[in-house]
Design a protein around this ligand. Structure first.
Ligand code: GTP
Length: 574
């Protein structure tokens, strides 16, 4: 296939098809990606809100447990005096039960308001289960905020400490673990504050429980009211302030700044910055003010999911789209090539037909039956070819006519001087080879001028035509009769003739021309003089032979007309 219009058109169509398929695929892929990211953001935000709700419910549950301890008569009794062993046992049993039923509790305590905040009952979580701390190991805790601040609380109020690493001595499993304390005052019947009930919470354990049904790809973040990171997928980034180096959530995710400050309640975003440059994430963060008395005015909670995990479906879709696009490209290329061939074939047939016509050969089949532009072109070409054919045959006719006119006398239809000359040249050339004789008879009408003068030119013409017919009647097919002047005729004999035969022909001619002629009811009297010359006796060339015959004709005229003479080069006697 040539790089012609059809191929260019095919390539253009294929390109357009591929471009359309590619763009559709690209925008479908982009749209799906945006949809997936937005859906992931919505999911993360919902999960964050659910988690925050669970945290609030967990806190309320802890508060209820605190109320159980703080309102327990045994607790009041133990704080108002030394209490009985059974009161102490009752409270210890209650605390043990709490630790058994709440895996996120590190410690439950009853602390007195006096004696510098002396612990009165304390149950710790030990490796083998809840452990009642012996009286001798009980400590003074009055200097801790969760004691001093809780003692100042009004009725039905709970205090929550800052979330920090627990460095309190003797707290067993809770030692050096992220934890916080919730505390509630214990009052007597008159409303005097006797002490506080305190529950020490395992931060990580609590969140592990709350977030245990989250998909693995989702990461949990938790920060205090200033943005210090408390829970992070990388433990090294948590509780930086405990090691003298603060690490803020808003430094890792700039978009969380307003949430930490409380300007916004939620922030949902995509992060490609800093540590997430290589592995971008989709994130949802929220913060809410605490409903308890606490130095932590608000806490920030967030969930992230790697963009890669979010877009996993999109990538699968992208591969499918790519396969479809490639298939469509291949299809459009095949269609374009097929169309190109379909266009090229009839056009090639027409151009082939044009070349055949140009070479004078039959055009062959043309797609004239088609109803489209190519059919129009084929029909126009066929009409043009027919028109050209007609014109060529007309030209040929004209050419034949011109040829005839160029070689014949228009009045009589006899050969003219030119044709006669050709025949004579040819006859002489042949005669030279054989060798043989060639004879020419020069015939000039006698007394023709008076006919013309008296009866007009038209009558003269009829006479000339009649003479021509008579001459042809006498001579044979092989002979050539020509009119070479007004009333001058010549005859070239097609075969060698003896003198006797020549004389016989001449006499026959004289007789026939002299026969009476009636034109327009006019009886006309006519005759002719004939000069005869032969090759090679009288001349060797055509010109000389004709001149010799002419000369002999004059001799016949001179001899009195209506006779014939053979060429005689002897000059007449003076
Ligand atoms: N009607 C007619 N006359 C022609 C034509 N061509 C020449 N003539 C005339 O033919 C005549 C020829 O002249 P001449 O040969 O001298 O006349 P003539 O009477 O035959 O004379 P002689 O040969 O001496 O007998 C002239 O009068 C020309 O005008 C022609 O085509 N038609």
């Amino acid at each position: 296939m040539k790089f012609g219009i059809a191929l260019k058109l095919s390539l253009l169509l294929a390109l357009a098809g591929a471009l359309a398929a590619g763009l559709t695929g690209y925008y479908a892929f982009e749209a799906s990606r945006t949809l997936l990211v937005n859906a992931a953001k919505d999911r993360l935000l919902t999960s964050t809100l659910v988690l925050a709700r669970r945290v609030a419910l967990a806190r309320e549950e802890i508060e209820r447990d605190l109320v159980l301890v703080a309102e327990h008569p045994a607790a009041r009794a133990l704080l108002q005096g030394p209490g009985t062993p059974s009161q102490q046992q009752t409270l210890q049993d209650l605390m043990v039960l709490m630790l058994q039923s709440q895996p996120s509790y590190f410690q439950v305590r009853l602390i007195a308001a006096d004696q510098h905040g002396m612990e009165r009952v304390r149950v710790d979580r030990a490796p083998r289960g809840p452990m009642v701390v012996a009286d001798d190991d009980l400590q003074e805790k009055g200097h801790f905020d969760y004691v001093s601040q809780a003692l100042r609380l009004g009725p039905d109020q709970t205090y929550m400490s800052r979330v920090a690493i627990n460095h309190e001595r003797g707290s067993h499993l809770g030692v050096d673990k992220p934890s916080l304390q919730l505390a509630r005052p214990v009052r007597d019947a008159q409303g005097r504050t006797l002490g506080v009930a305190v529950i020490n919470i395992d931060l990580n354990g609590t969140f592990e429980l709350l977030a245990k049904d989250m998909p693995e790809s989702i990461q949990l973040y938790f920060a205090n009211h200033e943005g210090d990171i408390l829970i992070h997928p990388e433990p090294a980034k948590t509780f930086g302030f405990d090691r003298g180096r603060r690490i803020f959530i808003q430094d890792e995710f700039a978009a969380t700044g307003p949430v930490v400050r409380g300007d916004n309640n939620v922030a949902v975003f995509e992060s490609h910055e800093g540590a997430h440059a290589n592995q971008p994430v989709v994130a949802a963060f929220m913060s809410q003010p605490l409903k308890v008395s606490s130095p932590e005015t608000r806490l920030t909670l967030g969930l992230t999911q790697p963009l890669q995990a979010v877009l996993a479906d999109s990538n699968r879709l992208g591969q499918t789209v790519l396969q479809i696009v490639l298939a469509l490209c291949a299809l459009s290329l095949l269609l374009a090539l097929w169309m190109g061939r379909a266009l090229t074939r009839p056009i090639n047939a027409i151009s082939h037909a044009a070349r055949m016509v140009a070479s004078g050969l039959p055009a062959g089949a043309l797609p004239v039956e088609r109803r489209d532009e190519i059919g129009d072109l084929a029909r126009a070409f066929r009409d043009m070819r027919l028109q050209i054919g007609e014109q060529i045959s007309e030209l040929r006719d004209n050419q034949d006519e011109l040829e005839h006119l160029a070689q014949h006398d228009p009045l009589t239809g006899l050969a003219n001087r030119r044709k006669f000359q050709e025949r004579l040249d040819h006859a002489l050339a042949q005669a030279r080879r054989v060798p043989q004789t060639v004879s020419v008879l020069f015939i000039d009408l006698d007394r023709f001028k008076p006919i013309n003068d008296h009866h007009g030119h038209d009558v003269g013409d009829v006479v000339l035509q009649t003479v021509a017919r008579r001459l042809k009647g006498v001579l044979r097919e092989v002979d050539t009769v020509a009119r070479i002047g007004g009333d001058e005729f010549v005859a070239l004999l097609g075969a060698p003739a003896t003198q006797e035969q020549l004389e016989a022909i001449a006499r026959k001619l004289l007789t026939l021309v002299s026969e009476p002629m009636v034109v327009d009811k006019l009886q006309l009297d006519l005759g002719c003089s004939i000069g005869i010359a032969s090759y090679p006796d009288h001349a060797s060339t055509a010109t000389d032979l004709l001149a010799a015959a002419d000369h002999a004709m004059y001799q016949a005229k001179t001899a009195g007309r209506n006779t014939f003479r053979f060429f005689d080069a002897t000059p007449p006697a003076a």
